[in-house]
Write a protein that binds this ligand. Sequence first.
Ligand code: SAM
Length: 268
Amino acid sequence: MKDLIEKYDFKFKKKFGQNFLKDKNILQNIVLKSEVDKETLVIEIGVGAAALTKYLSDSAKNVLAYEIDETLKPIINESLIDKDNVEVLYIDFLNSTVKEDIKKYNYSKLYVVANLPYYITTPIIEKIINDKLNVDKIVVMVQKEVGDRFSAKVGSKQYNSLTIFLNYYFDIKKIMDVSRNCFVPAPNVDSVIVEMKKKEKKYNVQNEELFFKLVRDSFRYKRKNLRNNLKNYNLDIISQVLSNYNLDLNVRAENLTIDQFIEISNKL
Ligand code: SAM
């Protein structure tokens, strides 16, 4: 990778979150732990110098990869010269028609595996969910603080509406911590690899839109309790549900489980 970056005089762009993984063991571990196999179509967001893409190509049936920075094209082309199961689209993933793009592929499993550009971690994951791609698994490298939020426990400082949104769809677990020294250039944060596996059993939510709105509104002002954050809701109903758990409207959103939010939203 270093040789290619020098050969093409590539200049890293901070605005695109370009911190490339240089540690071979980590790269291999990501592919190994994600259990990509020859029945899997992998979507990769952010190709960089194709370090991860190469390993993914060896294990996957196909890799469909997105890269916003066209100046990486010569490096990517040379890196992937002998890989015939990789397609690279030079577009902003957030504006892509990924649901259309995957239609031409045959696969039995759909995974997203990526070392994400950190400045848009949440929008990328939200797009994957909102576009209803029906991915079986997401394995991503993210900033440590963000990864901690994904799998935060109820009552902890990191637990927020994103935690609930993600845990509604996925079983989430941390795979490993990754030091900033494994990247070039080294970012000023540490990282974590997180696995999100599609939940086998869906929650019984009667109105998803209402459920997500309730969760977002409950967390709107972090310091405020439910009574203050949910002024526009039927507080009598909410209070009744809470009383089943010996709680009242003074409780803060961070102390409610996903099941309790579901119960409230189903009764509203
Ligand atoms: N996969 C490579 C690796 O592991 O070394 C590169 C990872 S680097 C953290 C993130 C990559 O995402 C960069 O190559 C960057 O140019 C690309 N990128 C940033 N924003 C993007 C976007 N909106 N759509 C697609 N790629 C993007």
